[in-house]
Design a protein around this ligand. Sequence first.
Ligand code: CA
Length: 539
Amino acid sequence: MTSPHPVLVRMHPTDNVAIIGNEGGLPAGTLLPQPAVGLVLRERVPQAHKVALVDIPEGHAVTRYGITIGHALRDLLAGSWVHERVLRMPPARGLDGLPMGPGVSDEAPPAEPLEGYTFEGYRNPDGSVGTRNLLAITTTVQCVAGVLYVAVERIRRELLPRYPNVDGVVALEHAYGCGVAIDAPEAVIPIRTVRHLARNPNFGGEVMVVSLGCEKLQPERLLPPGSLPLRVLNADTVAAGDPARPGEGRPEAPYSHVCLQDAQHVGFGSMLSAILSTAEQHLQRLNARQRETVPASELVVGVQCGGSDAFSGVTANPAVGVCADLLVRAGATVMFSETTEVRDAVETLTARCASAEVAQKMVAEMAWYDAYLQRGQVDRSANTTPGNKAGGLSNIVEKAMGSVIKSGSMPISAVLSPGERATTRGLIYAATPASDFICGTLQLAAGMNVHVFTTGRGTPYGLAECPVVKVATRTELAHRWHDLMDLNAGAVADGQCSVGEMGWQLFRLLLEVASGRPTWAEQHRLHNQLVLFNPAPVT
Ligand code: CA
């Protein structure tokens, strides 16, 4: 089915291609509108795919977003379909001679602070703020996952009804902990990820660990002294017969611990009772917490995309970029990630870094990832999927240009290596693979309390640890998945609102979600597994 009004979207005035906006694409013979008035389509072009606006001779650059996304493998006549089979991908920009920040402040005046925006959050003892009040149970090894799964179901059924202020219980389950080269230099990545996951702001500073006993990742190695703030046991939570006097308080181990191989556990039932009774102590403290009004600066928003199409970089991701700027102006933390999807924009990113040191760390992360891919005998082009290409994205360069727009335009204040925890506010590059689950897991470890996820092809992605706001790039997807998509950025392509207005809509929605409004994924209890990034060997 074709629309009576052909829609062409060109991202930059120098682009020699534009994408077809109409649902179902456009047939051969269609007379094209602005910016190609008078041009006739030479063949059918699917929705979100590119059409040549001028004759592009063989070997010449094809430009979108004002940059070269490929070179023509043959003569491409004006009005013809430009897809991945007629393009040769340009090589990646080398990492030498990059502009090493600060670039933004030289050209643009500093952004005005955005004041007066707040949300209702849970203030934690370490100063961070949760958007949900969850009991999280940390694991040292996958061996305990089966027992913990049964225990979590019982906690949910038998205990949670008695603690109505607690939003849920989650097992921080993973495949690490044993059968791994734990002393390999890169083992630091999965280990610090599990450590920092335990400290996510949505878990209220309560850390409960379930271990097996014989695994390589012992609790003392996972959570060494100083890795967690010391908790002071309050008088009102002192157990009967405890020597501490009311009002006095005493330091307590910063986490509770159930070890399944402990001699005291005789059988499965004993393990379950120990997990349930330990969980109940944490639930009592979590249940006493109340939401309070906090400034928007307490948001720690992780942004990523998944199942992208050519509209991702036209509607949803630019709106996320506007929202990222608003958040940074409000003093919040915004993390963007997905190294293979920003690699082709490295030059603009290093120029945006707030200092040469930050730019150097950016380059180091890119170089590390180039080498990591090289070890596997691939490069960044391994990123794109069949769905991306069917959705009009010819290669990783085009995908990257549409992806990095999510970062907005503010200076980059810090760069995190995978699994590191954010300690500064503002716009942060948290280096992660683009894999949705690994990126989400690493952003949680970095301290994310709200997640923004854009999708064009559609994915029901969710996380149990943090609300995920899903933004559709196209109205057709938003309608078809009406009870999965939280916001329809397709309204931008439909001409119903501007990118700027959509960015504001998302900003306001994030404040509501942070205050407790459930996302669609939360209403359906949809969530994906945590997936650690382990570049080190397994044994
Ligand atoms: Ca992703």
